[in-house]
Design a protein around this ligand. Structure first.
Ligand SMILES: Nc1ncnc2c1ncn2[C@@H]1O[C@H](COP(=O)(O)OP(=O)(O)OP(=O)(O)O)[C@@H](O)[C@H]1O
Ligand SMILES: [Mg+2]
Length: 605
């Protein structure tokens, strides 16, 4: 929940005088890889001109890499890539000694004794999605030093931005980056909860990248949206997006796969149906592989060795990464993952009884096309399920997609693309992977930061509403005798139902920036001195109560009211909900006293 109650001037207005915005920088903090992209000075102008003056579909495409700079040569990187590993290496006193690719490389090169004196941690983005219940031994060790996931993310962001400062200085030695002069655009999975975004906000603050916790120097952009913007505007896109083309974006990253359906109109994009996502990215394939490896060598041996020598797991994963990224689905293909020597000592290869159809050849685990297909199967099935759900939702509205556009690192898996082409009920030629791969999101985020209004309508993914007492209606609430505890007789003589979900925006509604929804309320009781507007979200289209499964409270606004002696004298309260590009702004006004309170609720919850 974006979350200030404001009766004073917006904190950002005060901030602008002290720290004017000089930079627009996007950070893609990914599950496995992270990077940054900087919009050069005339970029905003280029996007403004192209977006405002002419039809979006007929404008000459921009050579995005001319306007947006990102780094592709990272310390410790073996190959050029737009991002570096999302990983940290701490010493025994929880001081960061390396980050990114180097954290991994240094840890791998250490002697076992030395490793025991260090803590290597990665995939910590998954800790923000509490639904995943992601467990991590390294995080448990860091907890002993008082570090929670937000601290670890802050440590990582601090290093990433220090490197960004060096990158900028390298290009222009006279320029010093001051993070407080930056408008940050953070790309986030479309399925992320508001709580996760709040933690990212806190991590940015802890890392000293924003001056205050309430500053509006961070704008969140959903990853598939960024991917679409870069593909639509880039001169080297593989798909020429035409006006009115319905496009299904599929962002396939390390952790999540996110889907968004958009249509490009004359001056912007409209979202068509509510997007969806799931945790079935490339690192889930790594998990499938590790599971198979464990079963092949025997879980006892695996856990015994890995708990004593955690580097063994990393070594296995490194060899697996090579197999994973080189596998294209060819009929005759063989990959090998050597069994680390430390593990081999414990193995009796002749005596192994494996329930999996893998071959342990001497000291290697041999992978074949059939095994790779088995490993990919649950992930492919889940992605096919997600895409099919979106195609069905679109079909129900009479929309047939022109392109299924895949972005993110995992979209570079040729096997995955061909499996999708084979299994999806759509012309395979319509399924395309972006030439920019993982960088598509980095290139698109600055476009969103400069021109958020290019996204004209979004579709509410959730139902938003306010908890209230509503007049009892048998047709809605059912028979009286089933509701005994919920019913209250109010001071105006009307029987009401407690904890009712008063819908303000319904899941599936088109949200147009600037649109305002107004609702009138009165205090529930003459003797109340304040009224609490509790804001709830639900995955249901027609939630009746706020206290049932599937409803979550995302914020509260409190307003003072006058005590009175008769219900007709209660203070009239007006709630307005304004749709903005990045979220909803709720403002409650007491019409008698003139007092106003407000709060913002971000989208993509
Ligand atoms: N050719 C390939 N085949 C299979 N997987 C690949 C290939 N190239 C990259 N990947 C995988 O893609 C992942 C990185 O993708 P990306 O950089 O989009 O993820 P991320 O942004 O870290 O994740 P998320 O967006 O879910 O947080 C890695 O797990 C990597 O192994
Ligand atoms: Mg990503």
């Amino acid at each position: 929940m974006g979350q200030h109650q404001s009766q004073a001037p917006a904190p950002d207005d005060l901030l602008t005088a002290v720290y004017p915005i000089k930079w627009q920088i996007a950070l893609d903090f990914g599950t496995s890889y992270s990077g940054f992209a900087i919009a050069v000075k005339d970029f905003a102008g280029a996007v403004v001109d192209s977006a405002k003056t002419v039809d979006l579909a007929s404008i000459p495409r921009i050579h995005l890499t001319h306007y947006i700079k990102y780094n592709s040569s990272w310390p410790g990187g073996r190959m050029p890539y737009a991002k570096t590993r999302t990983a940290l290496l701490y010493d025994a006193s929880s001081k960061v000694v390396a980050w990114g690719n180097e954290a991994w490389e240094q840890y791998m090169a250490m002697e076992p004794g030395d490793q025991g004196e260090h803590i290597y941690v990665d995939r910590f983005k998954l800790l923000l999605d509490t639904k995943l219940a992601h467990q991590d031994e390294a995080m448990d060790r860091l907890k002993a030093f008082g570090k929670d996931p937000t601290d670890v993310i802050a440590d990582y962001l601090r290093e990433l931005v220090a490197f960004l400062g060096k990158y900028i200085r390298h290009g222009d030695p006279k320029t010093e980056l001051n993070p407080f002069h930056v408008r940050w655009c953070l790309t986030i999975p479309a399925m992320w909860s508001d709580a996760a975004k709040q933690k990212m906000y806190r991590a940015m603050f802890k890392a000293n990248l924003i001056p205050t916790l309430t500053s509006e120097r961070v704008i969140f952009c959903s990853e598939p949206m960024a991917g679409l913007l870069s593909e639509a505007i880039s001169s080297d896109a593989r798909t020429k997006i035409q006006r009115d083309d319905p496009i299904l974006m599929v962002d396939m990253g390390g952790g999540t796969v996110d889907l968004t359906a958009m249509r490009m109109g004359t001056d912007g994009f409209d979202e068509l149906v509510p997007g969806i996502g799931a945790s079935c990215g490339a690192t889930m394939l790594d998990d499938e592989f590790l599971g198979m490896f464990r079963r092949a060598v025997g879980p006892d041996v695996y856990y015994q060795v890995v708990s004593k020598h955690p580097e063994v797991k990393l070594k296995i994963l490194r060899d697996w990464e090579t197999c994973k990224t080189t596998f294209m689905g060819e009929k005759r293909w063989f990959g090998r993952v050597p069994i680390p020597r430390t593990m081999e000592k414990y193995l009796d290869l002749d005596d192994l009884e494996s329930d999996v159809d893998v071959e342990l050849d001497d000291d290697e685990l041999c992978l074949t096309t059939a095994i790779m297909e088995t490993l990919y199967e649950p992930i492919v099935a889940e992605i096919v399920g997600l895409v099919t759900t979106m195609l069905d939702r679109l079909q129900a509205k009479g929309i047939s997609v022109a392109h299924v556009l895949c972005v993110g690192g995992f979209s570079q898996s040729k096997y995955l693309l061909s499996a999708l082409r084979e299994r999806l009920p759509i012309n395979p030629l319509k399924i395309v992977a972006s030439a920019h791969g993982a960088a598509a999101i980095l290139l698109g985020a600055p476009i969103f930061a400069c021109r958020p209004e290019l996204i004209r309508t979004q579709v509410a993914r959730l139902t938003y509403g306010i908890q209230m007492r509503t007049p009892y209606k048998p047709s809605v609430h059912g028979p009286r005798e089933r509701l005994r505890d919920r019913l209250v007789m109010c001071d105006d003589g009307i029987t009401r139902v407690n904890n009712a979900f008063d819908v303000v925006i319904r899941k599936g509604d088109a949200l147009v920036p600037g649109q305002v929804i107004t609702k009138s309320y009165v205090p529930a009781d003459c003797l109340h001195t304040e009224v609490w507007f509790k804001i709830f979200v639900s995955h249901l289209e027609d939630p009746v109560y706020t206290d049932t499964i599937g409803c979550d409270k995302v914020g509260t606004v409190t307003i003072k009211v006058t005590v009175c002696t008769h219900y007709s004298k209660k203070d009239p309260l007006v709630a307005t909900v304004r749709v903005e590009h990045t979220g909803l702004v709720l403002e409650v006004k007491n019409k008698r006293t003139g007092a106003k309170v407000g709060t913002t609720v971000d989208f993509y919850d």
